[in-house]
Design a protein around this ligand. Structure first.
Ligand SMILES: Nc1ncnc2c1ncn2[C@@H]1O[C@H](COP(=O)(O)OP(=O)(O)OP(=O)(O)O)[C@@H](O)[C@H]1O
Ligand SMILES: [Mg+2]
Length: 317
């Protein structure tokens, strides 16, 4: 059975001009797709271009180059027809690391959550609107009493739930979660992740889940893309990436995950990534599917080494 691709990102580039004619290549020729109903994790260190990728997908920026195709519509076009714009605004939602920054402090939770309902005219009466907000509050583990309060009256975890309820209100297909748990206490992180998983199952949602490190992403994603300095350097299913990491940057990210196993922890060594090991002065790197579904960025000679590494593992298996 072939799976439906909900989002396709093709050779996406997002360059920001700096002073003196230089540019930051925040996203530089990035290609990947996301299947309907899956969670696609995007990981990489600070400044690698994860948020810019998300923001460009959701049309906060016009891309410098490349295309974004959502539900078979090319949505990256500057002159996107109005109907398609409305479609994207409804079906793509974003949740953020710091919900406080995106929840209007002067609006009640009721009005915050209902904003999308109002914009898209989804409720016929005030009563229907109220009931829908109550229902959304319950869905995210809050209750009716919370509707008339203001964002500052909530804890970080509760605010993230409000942000999730707001995103869910318009019944989107696709949610970009930009580090939605990084600012939360560790004890709260799992709760919010479990809520996102529950909502995904119930509503058939598709997620782009952005994070710094692999610890939580490995656990919630079906497939993962690893970003470094504006480039995707590796992409594979979570299991494959975990078992057969090829790119030294992926290996370094994996070595940073602590495990609840004291014996392992004693021997765990952090692998440091040194980008200067890549010599791309004579051989330019390519983005290649080295095994079905496993993509890697490298020069001809690097790819030959990755191939050797994989073959050796496979013959030992
Ligand atoms: N609006 C902008 N104007 C100019 N430069 C920008 C802009 N947004 C991002 N950048 C630059 O683009 C690069 C990628 O930034 P981005 O925020 O996408 O990284 P990130 O991977 O999300 O990092 P973090 O993990 O810190 O959130 C950085 O060098 C950043 O300074
Ligand atoms: Mg970011």
């Amino acid at each position: 059975m072939s799976r439906k691709i909900l989002l396709e990102v093709k050779n996406l580039k997002q360059y920001f001009p700096l002073r003196r004619k230089s540019v930051v290549k925040a996203v530089d020729d990035v290609s990947f797709h996301i299947y309907e109903g899956e969670t696609f994790g995007l990981v990489g260190e600070s400044g690698s271009g994860k948020s810019t990728t998300g923001r460009t997908i959701i049309r906060l920026y016009d891309p410098t180059g490349g295309e974004v195709i959502f539900d078979d519509k090319v949505i990256s076009d500057k002159k996107l027809p109005k109907d398609d714009k409305i479609y994207v605004n409804k079906h793509m939602q974003m949740i953020f690391q710091d919900p406080m920054a995106c929840l209007n402090p002067r609006m009640t939770v009721m009005d915050i959550i209902a904003e999308g309902l109002d914009i898209h005219g989804l409720c016929k009466s005030k009563e229907e609107r109220t009931q829908r907000v109550y229902e959304l509050l319950r869905t995210v583990g809050l209750n009716e009493q919370h509707a008339n309060r203001y964002p500052h009256e909530f804890s970080g975890g509760q605010r993230q739930r409000i942000g999730i309820a707001r995103a869910l209100a318009v019944e989107p297909k696709f949610i970009i979660a930009d580090e939605p748990i990084s600012a939360l206490d560790v004890s709260i992180q799992a709760q919010v992740v479990n809520l996102l998983r529950k909502l995904q199952k119930e509503n058939g949602l598709t997620y782009l889940f952005i994070a710094h490190d692999l610890s939580m992403v490995k656990y919630i994603s079906d497939r993962i893309g690893v970003m470094h300095k504006g480039k995707l350097v590796e992409l594979a299913s979570s299991d494959d990436l975990y078992e057969n990491p090829l790119h030294p940057y992926t290996k370094s990210l994996l070595s940073a995950i602590p495990l609840p196993d004291p014996d392992y922890e004693k021997t765990r060594e952090r692998i440091k990534y040194d980008p200067s090991i890549h010599d791309y002065s004579t051989e330019s790197p390519e983005w290649v599917e080295i095994r079905p579904g496993h993509f890697i960025y490298g020069s001809k000679s690097e790819l030959a080494n990755y191939e050797k590494e994989l073959s050796a593992k496979e013959s030992n298996a």
